[in-house]
Design a protein around this ligand. Structure first.
Ligand SMILES: NC(=O)c1ccc[n+]([C@@H]2O[C@H](COP(=O)([O-])OP(=O)(O)OC[C@H]3O[C@@H](n4cnc5c(N)ncnc54)[C@H](O)[C@@H]3O)[C@@H](O)[C@H]2O)c1
Length: 335
């Protein structure tokens, strides 16, 4: 068994979109990382040469081996499924992957004496907002299985801290967007469910972009969301881990820009950045799509000194377009 290396981190889901950006940020901050991913949605190339162990987070013994081999003292846990619509169709699959899979990982951590856990949670834990901006004290009432799976883990973590001394930071992301400004990494989901890459597809001869609802009580009638640059998310993860390593208390933080942008704002930004029209069509509202979801991120600003470096929507879209225009087939490993 390798002696636990304080600077070694096991990054589950590190071959995926947010995890790969966080893994790069961790390496830049001097950590040794090992990626643990079943590659169901991730890409080996997104590891940028870091070691990858192919395995499932639901396999406690395999996660234990990965912790021992890497000498990790901490786990950053991105591995999960994240489609709201799929979670409504397949709650068993979502509970198995996101809840049972995470519990198996936590069990492995407890058995190996791993001390710190940084968890990818979501603004989906809030459900239909009763007020905006949404702060961490907003009631949690998820309206779909995806949000419930995230909240279930958030609720379990304090018990694990009491029993096993494992501290954790739960990061509730709003809408992850953008791409590595150096152009090495980007978003490659199949099928693509996020509006910015969908708008790129629509601007590049792909299917038109569906605008789900134009009669919301918002300034232009379309939904308002909070798009947070993926490298700002990555930076928040590094700061969160450092805080836990310094003996900081467990906590829950929103991560967003605090700036609401509408679907029409996104379309306009994509048209400005790409210089191409975004073909679109009106579609009915999707059930469970709140009119406005945007964060108050005051708590993480105050506690961790985090602040988004790239909060501007055009910057987010420009970085994303740099990746998409130079990688039209993503990482190129899917048929
Ligand atoms: N992208 C967003 O806007 C967003 C918003 C809020 C929360 N999140 C959360 O952030 C995390 C990462 O999201 P993402 O956009 O990078 O998704 P992603 O699909 O790109 O990455 C998830 C990674 O986890 C892996 N994975 C999934 N199930 C696994 C399992 N059972 N065992 C091992 N590996 C597994 C996948 O292969 C993939 O590489 C997820 O937990 C998601 O719920 C994402």
């Amino acid at each position: 068994m390798v002696a636990a290396d304080r600077r070694a981190v096991l990054v589950t889901g590190g071959a995926g979109y947010v995890g790969s950006h966080a893994a790069k940020a961790l390496r830049q901050a001097g950590y040794h990382i090992v990626i643990y991913d079943n590659l169901s949605a991730g890409h080996r190339a997104a590891a940028l040469g870091a070691p990858v162990i192919q395995g499932d987070v639901g396999d406690t013994d395999a996660v234990r081996r990965a912790i021992r081999e890497s000498g990790a003292a901490s786990v950053m846990h991105f591995a999960a499924w994240l489609s709201v619509a799929d979670s409504v169709r397949d709650p068993i699959g979502y509970y198995r992957n996101n809840v049972a899979g995470t519990l198996a990982t936590l069990e492995a951590m407890a058995a190996e004496g791993c001390r710190h856990f940084v968890f990818s949670s979501s603004c989906a834990v809030y459900g239909e907002p009763v007020e905006t901006p949404i702060s961490e004290t907003h009631p949690t009432a998820p309206i779909n299985a995806y949000g419930q799976t995230k909240l279930a883990i958030e609720h379990a973590l304090p018990h694990f801290e009491r029993a096993y001394g494992m501290t954790s930071i739960r990061l509730r992301y709003f809408n992850a967007a953008g791409a590595d400004p150096a152009g090495e990494l980007g978003e490659d989901h199949s099928p693509e469910i996020h509006v910015i890459p969908r708008a790129f597809q629509a601007a590049s001869g792909g299917p038109p972009l569906d605008v789900f609802g134009e009669d919301y009580p918002t300034p232009d009638g379309t939904c308002l969301r909070d798009y947070i640059h993926v490298t700002d998310l990555a930076d928040a993860h590094v700061k969160a881990l450092a805080r836990l390593e310094q003996g900081g208390a467990s906590a829950t933080y929103n991560i967003g820009t605090e700036r609401p942008s509408s679907v029409k704002d996104v379309i306009a930004a994509v048209e400005r950045v790409t210089g191409r029209p975004v073909m679109r069509r009106s579609a009915p509202r999707r059930p469970g799509d709140p009119a406005a979801l945007y964060a108050s991120a005051q708590r993480i600003r105050q506690d961790l000194g985090w602040t988004p470096a790239r909060p501007d929507l055009d910057t987010i879209v420009r970085d994303a377009w740099q990746w998409h225009s130079t990688h039209p087939h993503g990482f190129g490993d899917r048929p």
